[in-house]
Design a protein around this ligand. Structure first.
Ligand code: BJW
Length: 243
């Protein structure tokens, strides 16, 4: 369940400013070649569903069954999906790098985890998580969530997917902010740069001294914030960048 960083690692990135640090922001594009749809590309999720219907707290209050169906379908797709060469390359980078690698992912799938990356913040939550809207308890989501589900802790019918919707505060801010401030390299992979606060991270890291790199199919909305760019499918350009 998000966020899931070891306490040791948090201490390390906050204190060891002398170490080499790579911060990597990933978006839907890195999982596209694993068969998971992006949001804003042609035929993407937002072409089939209105944000106002499925990705806001108001939508969930209005029609929880519809929102659960949307996330149940995506949960089933994510379980079937496998990490691709880009996820695996980032896990290799973390294992072989003499310093810290932090992945901040906007993705709610668990493909970084399953690829073997250990230091991952899922800033927009996780399909594998369920959250009680009343007591804040979190647990592993069943494959099919329903409005009638009860919270294991408070027993109320107030459960929701553990996803960060528009208007909600993303997870992991207390880890992300110091990591950006002390990054030597900031890389952005497969994200359109249209959703904040993630869209501002490159600018923020660069102002704090990081070299910024974008890896994407096409330049993102915040393309001016990068010192360097590699264009192409993530499964090709990420392994090339890492190895
Ligand atoms: C490939 C590829 C391949 C394809 N290889 N690449 C006005 C101005 C500024 C901000 C706001 C504003 N009005 C409202 C806001 C805030 C709002 C926001 O940003 N709105 C904008 C739309 C304007 N943000 C929020 O509400 C956030 N919360 C917030 O700001 O809280 C305040 C706060 C912050 C910090 C501290 C204190 C307070 C919450 C945002 C929640 C986003 N939620 C979603 C849905 C839930 C998760 C889910 O269902 O999965 O998260 S929206 C959706 O967009 C999802 C994604 O994580 C997110 C980003 O999308 P992503 O990953 O970039 O995907 P795409 O499809 O856009 O792009 C894919 C890219 O991949 C493209 O570039 C392709 O080219 C590329 N690609 N195939 C490489 N094979």
């Amino acid at each position: 369940l998000a966020p899931k960083l070891s306490f040791d690692f948090i201490r390390k990135i906050q204190r060891n400013y002398g170490m080499k640090k790579i911060v990597i922001l990933t978006g839907a594009g890195i999982s596209a070649e694993s068969g998971l749809g992006t949001f804003r590309d042609e035929g993407g999720l937002w072409a089939k569903h209105r944000i106002e219907d499925v990705a806001t707290p108001e939508a969930f209050a209005r029609d929880p069954a519809l929102v659960h169906r949307f996330y149940n379908t995506r949960r089933a797709q994510a379980v079937q999906a496998q990490p691709n060469a880009a996820h695996l390359a980032l896990a290799r980078l973390e294992a072989g790098f003499d310093g810290d690698v932090l992945i901040i992912t906007q993705n709610v799938d668990d493909l970084h985890d399953r690829a073997g990356s250990r230091n991952v913040v899922q800033m927009h939550g996780a399909l594998t998580g369920a959250l009680c809207q009343v007591c804040g308890f979190r647990w592993k989501a069943p494959m099919e969530m329903r409005p009638s589900d009860t919270c294991p802790a408070c027993k109320k019918q107030t459960t929701r997917p553990d996803i960060v919707w528009f208007g909600e505060v993303p997870y992991g801010m207390s880890v992300i902010d110091p990591a950006l401030a002390s990054a030597d390299i900031f890389a952005s992979i497969g994200t359109s740069g249209q959703v904040y606060p993630a869209a501002a991270y490159a600018q923020h890291a660069r102002r704090m001294g990081a070299r910024t790199v974008e890896l994407n199919l096409e330049p993102s909305a915040n393309a001016r914030d990068f010192d360097q760019r590699f264009l192409g499918p993530a499964s090709e350009i990420v392994p090339r960048w890492v190895d």
